[in-house]
Design a protein around this ligand. Structure first.
Ligand code: PLP
Length: 382
């Protein structure tokens, strides 16, 4: 029997549902109530309160850096993953003929910014599996699309659609062979499996899924050696190295740390919640979080097989994380199926003809059994 790593009582509302939807929205940590009270106190505390708020942002940055295995000076706190991808797209000095390589099933925010760059002569190269299968994405296929014109490889660490986890060391090799930059979206990796951010040039991650925070804040790491000189495309009163003064506006310079990408105040509300979430997650060894989710997703995949569903997540533990996905049977609407399961108290994500089951630290084997018990009934009714 696989037991949960954390009691449901650490979260709000989990007693009455089987929550297998962290890949969409994380449940609310009970500890967030305390974080909100601290923010209320600091918000009413005038400028000393503001100093506390800034200290919370810095502590959050340090916790995020520890999670990614990098220095806090190389982490910016932006508003969303989408913003982070666009910051990179706007900051690089693109040349006509540069290519960006992405997989065909990539999350849209990791594709549209390059689509837009086509106006500047940048080519978007979309990779599809060479074996003709719709799901079997391998790094060999990605490597085959990379050449000397490749300026950037943009990829998710863990796919939101298939649950496949890519090997970041291998991606680094592929990028280095072509002299390309590597952008990794760690939204479905961070908080559930270790993310060696230092292997990438830029790592972005949302915080409202596996990281147990909420919207309004996202992680943006940039490698200090390869991209230390990258200037922010959007600037404001926070993007300055020296004290605030307009006496010499021409001598204005951005700071030498990644905070240069934060043009204005970070969302303090989101930062307080992320601080609370990262403090909570930090109590669990990364390897324990990983093996827990990987074992549970293994059970989900075996259950999908038994039900005759087409599994889209790789079987090998090193190639998956907390998402287990399958194709819904022909004629069944995936959104309607997820809604039907929600009526039975089982929360998952359904869309694009697929079902995604996400297993995090508060889940146990009984949650998987419950899902597999109601799934065939829900399919029949959908
Ligand atoms: C892989 C991935 N990246 C990015 C996002 C969206 O992030 P944001 O809203 O922070 O831009 C999602 C949302 O589902 C996602 O699955």
């Amino acid at each position: 029997m696989i037991h949960a790593l954390a009691p449901c009582s650490d979260f709000v509302g989990l007693e009455s549902v089987t929550h297998l939807a962290a890949g969409g929205e994380a449940p609310w940590l009970a500890a967030h109530t305390e974080a909100l009270a601290l923010l209320a106190r600091d918000q009413s505390g005038g400028m000393p309160g503001r100093a506390n708020k800034d200290a919370t942002v810095e502590r959050t940055r340090e916790r995020a850096a520890r999670l990614l295995g990098v220095d806090a000076a190389d982490v910016a706190l932006l508003s969303s993953t989408t913003e982070g991808v666009n910051v990179l797209a706007l900051a690089l000095d693109w040349r006509p003929g540069d290519t960006v390589v992405v997989e065909a099933i990539e999350f849209p925010s990791l594709v549209f910014p390059w689509t837009k760059l086509q106006e500047q002569g940048v080519e978007l190269r979309i990779v599809r599996p060479s074996d003709g299968s719709p799901w079997h994405y391998t790094l060999d296929d990605l490597a085959a699309a990379v050449d000397s014109r490749t300026r950037l490889i943009a990829t998710s660490h863990v796919s939101y659609l298939t649950g496949r986890r890519h090997d970041l060391a291998r991606l680094r090799e592929i990028a280095d062979r072509a002299g390309a930059l590597l952008l990794v979206d760690a939204t479905h990796g961070a908080g559930v499996v270790p993310v060696e951010a230092g292997l990438a040039d830029v790592v972005v991650s949302s915080c409202y899924k596996w990281l147990l925070g909420t919207q309004g804040i996202a992680l943006f790491y940039r490698d200090p050696q390869r991209l230390g000189g990258l200037e922010p495309p959007i600037v404001g009163w926070h993007s300055r190295a020296s004290a605030m003064s307009l006496d010499h506006p021409d001598e204005w310079a951005t700071p030498d740390h990644a905070g240069r990408f934060e043009a204005a105040n970070v969302s303090y509300l989101s930062a307080y919640l992320l601080d609370s979430a990262l403090a909570y997650l930090g109590r669990f060894p990364a390897a324990q979080l990983e093996s827990h989710s990987v074992r549970l997703t293994g059970l989900v995949l075996a259950g999908f097989e038994r039900l005759g569903l087409e599994v889209t997540t790789p079987e090998q533990p090193e190639h998956r994380a907390g998402n287990a996905t399958c194709v819904v049977p022909a004629g069944v609407d995936s959104g309607a199926l997820a809604a039907r399961l929600a009526e039975e108290g089982v929360l998952v994500w359904g869309g694009d003809g697929r079902l995604r089951v996400s297993c995090h630290l508060y889940n146990d084997e009984a949650d998987v059994e419950r899902l597999l018990e109601v799934l065939p009934i829900a399919i029949a009714a959908a």
